[in-house]
Design a protein around this ligand. Sequence first.
Ligand code: ADP
Ligand code: ADP
Length: 218
Amino acid sequence: MLTLRGLTKRYGEKTAVDDLTLDVAPGKVTGFLGPNGAGKSTTMRLITGLDRPTSGSALVQGRPYARLDRPLRTVGALLDARAAHPRRTAYRHLLAMARSNGIPARRVPEVLEAVGLADVADKRAGSFSLGMSQRLGIAAALLGDPAVLLLDEPVNGLDPDGVRWVRTFLRSLADEGRTVFLSSHLMSELELTADRVVVIGRGRLLADGTVADVVAAG
Ligand code: ADP
Ligand code: ADP
């Protein structure tokens, strides 16, 4: 479970996230919709402790990220699909992440298999297409077998097959009882995927409901 309470982030005069209060439930795919600059990435960075709120809180399983005992076992995030070092193989990239986070190495082949990259485990990340990079990013997010998954624009730039794969995979993760929270700037990317859509604009919550509710609200 993910809980945002009055979450606010200012950069100087600019308010990137403005008093956001939200509960994101397990077992569902929740979409986070808003145009570029709306505050989606900032929210995800606040949840994963990469940035600190100006006020308010972002809690995962009742705790701020910094106070989680085993952060990667609680929350996995795909924030930047091209985060892997281009000269590292997919396998080495994940193994390094696992080692530095106390995750058993056996998870590496498991997550590669889960995202369909087992066959290219020994290829360098720099040779991957965007779709493969997204899968690698999702594999990395899954390493700790987390209860909560955050994905920032996971289908941006993917071809229709890639979009379909992500959609089906995220559904299966939610069906396992995980909390899946993904951002997009396009309703079309969320409408077949999300059980619920939360709309953000200029850092503020604008709408919240099923796809049909949100579309009806304009
Ligand atoms: P989104 O992910 O929805 O595109 P962001 O969270 O990236 O939006 O950005 C929200 C707003 O905050 C934008 O106006 C952006 O320019 C601003 N912003 C984000 N990060 C910083 C930062 N480190 N310094 C200053 N402004 C920032
Ligand atoms: P199991 O109890 O065998 O792990 P699951 O339904 O959890 O059953 O997963 C089936 C397979 O799919 C796993 O063996 C694993 O390779 C992959 N898988 C599913 N979910 C995850 C996940 N979150 N992280 C890594 N691998 C996963």
